[in-house]
Design a protein around this ligand. Structure first.
Ligand code: R5P
Length: 292
């Protein structure tokens, strides 16, 4: 599709290259400069066409990556292009409502900012909630579950049990289990809204001798996975794996997760890194093609 230009945002060059290959599209690189005050400056290495697929995930540095996405979208829109933004990890989606008095709905703000920047359509992966998606006029959410489950099916698991760390992820775990032809359960998690501290109730089902796959949309501080893994290991589970769409793994999260008894972390390449083992470029290319 030579009429499409895929623009490799500074945060997602490899994923952009994969999407461009799938689309048979021209791949445009970006050059990034960060000034001493933290300001970004982005330059496209050559002019883009009239249909642009901008690929830029918004993992840390979150606000800089978000700002760069808006800068690239505005440049393409100012040049008369239609812009589809592929932002697999979409920051601020967890702020999809005001939880405490005095808070704003930042997910809605991000949607308005991207649209004002010239984004005509957005493609995300496993967005945190339907509510967050609903703030966009034209959005597609691609599920990572089929590809993660396919990866899990090759892992030689013993009587696998798919586990969501919380009730909110129960549907995700059930879908994963259906594809893996396994069982699913959801743990009972609570989080202190002010400190962010996570606690998970003891389990009342039998996991002894079974391998557990913890499935979540994202692993950020690692608090949810660490607590869930501890509960499962105490209950006698066999190998415990953590799988997710978005491995943010902030700070020493990966080390703490491994120290809690998790055998491996498997994530998609929505965010580049050591645990990005599942390639999402094919479904993302399909979604971008249909959005343009
Ligand atoms: C929460 O509802 C999400 O689905 C994740 O469980 C959560 O955001 C993971 O964050 P952390 O790794 O900091 O516990």
């Amino acid at each position: 599709m030579a009429d499409i230009s895929v623009i490799a945002g500074p945060s997602s060059p490899d994923l952009a290259a994969g999407i461009a290959r799938r689309l048979g599209a021209d791949l445009i690189s970006t050059e990034l400069r960060i000034f001493s005050d933290g300001e970004s400056k982005v330059r496209l290495d050559r002019p883009a066409g009239k249909k642009c697929v901008l690929v830029q995930s918004t993992h840390p540095p979150t606000d800089s990556n978000l700002m760069q996405a808006m800068m690239i979208a505005r440049k393409c829109a100012d040049d008369g292009a239609k812009v589809c933004a592929v932002m697999p990890y979409l920051a601020y989606a967890r702020q999809d409502r005001a939880f405490l008095e005095g808070e704003g709905v930042s997910a809605a703000l991000v949607a308005r900012l991207l649209e004002a920047s010239g984004v005509n359509a957005i493609v995300t992966v496993d967005i945190h909630s339907q509510m967050a998606l609903s703030y966009f006029k034209n959005a597609r959410n691609v599920s990572s579950i089929p590809l993660l489950a396919e990866h899990a099916s090759k892992m030689k698991l013993k009587k696998p049990l798919v586990v969501s760390p919380d009730a909110g992820g129960a549907d995700r775990a059930e879908e994963f289990a259906r594809l893996l032809k396994a069982d699913a359960v959801a743990l009972k998690k609570s989080r202190d809204r002010k400190t962010g501290e996570v606690s998970i109730e003891k389990i009342n089902f039998d996991v002894s001798g079974r391998d557990a796959i913890l499935v979540d949309d994202m692993i950020s501080s690692g608090g949810s996975i660490v607590k869930a893994a501890e509960v499962l290991r105490k209950a006698g589970a066999g190998n415990v794996y953590a799988m997710c769409a978005h491995a943010l793994l902030v700070g020493d999260a990966a080390q703490r997760i491994m120290a809690s008894g998790v055998k491996d972390i498997v994530a998609t390449n929505s965010i580049p890194g050591r645990y990005a083992k599942v390639d999402m470029s094919a479904p993302l290319a399909d979604a971008a093609r249909s959005a343009l």
